[in-house]
Ligand binder design. Structure first.
Ligand SMILES: Nc1ncnc2c1ncn2[C@@H]1O[C@H](COP(=O)(O)OP(=O)(O)OP(=O)(O)O)[C@@H](O)[C@H]1O
Ligand SMILES: [Mg+2]
Length: 241
């Protein structure tokens, strides 16, 4: 894998899964070999955004992630189907290690990881176990969201994790708040996705999703990744080893 991009933010419902799924789509449109790992073990939703029917993946010395629109997708949803997957403590760590260990990704230019909300077990394990991860931080201009995203940025900074930048989501009106947050942590502000009324209708239909105003804006935000997609990033240590 050349680069691992974890989409995070800390707060729930701010669009991490939408941005993860459609970022994978945007990268794969560019001909980049892309994987998408849904690390939300209790509420996976990338398969819903992309309209991927969950099925038990095929096994051959490991699990081959199902491919959808050229994206290699792995999620606990392939194993749990429509059943709930209540997990706590050690179970979270074990499920996460198993997903990471058994998946045969092959050669990828990008692995996009959809992080769960909060700074709980799954997030901390991902920080500990996934070497070379760079974080793309999602925020909205809501004061409630900013309060939590600021804590996430502080943690990532303290751990000296790589931060690709901050993306504002669900922008309804011009507000300097998210840009100000990026400045506060001296990380790039990558741009904003508008609040997009058409997203709900396009959910589950990749060709409709691809032409929504939100995904058009994400393409612009992601151009920083295309620009650097050619060369591999130097191998470093896990920020939380
Ligand atoms: N730019 C946007 N405009 C309108 N609706 C949006 C936008 N971004 C996300 N949404 C909607 O907001 C809801 C929450 O999005 P999503 O599931 O991606 O959030 P999340 O941060 O992954 O949540 P969780 O922390 O619970 O996993 C979804 O219904 C999604 O379609
Ligand atoms: Mg999510």
């Amino acid at each position: 894998m050349k680069r691992i991009i974890a989409v995070t933010g800390g707060k729930g419902g701010i669009g991490k899964s939408l941005i993860s799924s459609t970022l994978a789509l945007v990268l794969s449109e560019r001909g980049l070999r892309t994987g998408l790992l849904d690390l939300d073990l209790t509420g996976p939703s990338d398969h819903v955004f992309l309209g991927l029917e969950t099925c038990f993946p095929s096994e051959h010395f490991g699990i081959d992630p199902p491919t959808h629109h050229d994206i290699h997708c792995m999620s606990i949803a392939h194993f749990a189907g429509k059943s709930p997957s209540p997990l706590r403590g050690e179970d979270v760590t074990n499920a996460l290690i198993e997903l990471l260990a058994i998946t045969r990704w092959g050669d990828l230019d990008f692995l996009v990881i959809d992080m769960p909300p909060g700074l709980g077990d799954a997030t901390l394990d991902a920080l500990r176990l996934l070497r070379r991860t760079e974080f793309l931080v999602v925020a909205t201009s809501s004061r409630v969201v900013l309060e939590t995203v600021r804590k996430t940025l502080r943690l990532l900074t303290e751990l000296r994790a790589g931060i690709v930048g901050v993306v504002e989501n669900m922008r309804r009106e011009d507000s300097p708040a998210v840009q100000g947050l990026a400045r506060e942590f001296d990380v790039p502000f990558l741009g904003a996705l508008p609040f997009d009324e058409t997203l709900e209708g396009a959910t589950g239909d990749v060709s409709r999703l691809a032409v929504t105003p939100a995904v058009a804006a994400l393409r612009r935000c992601a151009s920083v990744l295309f620009a650097r997609a050619q060369g591999p990033r130097p191998v470093g240590e896990s920020p939380c080893a």
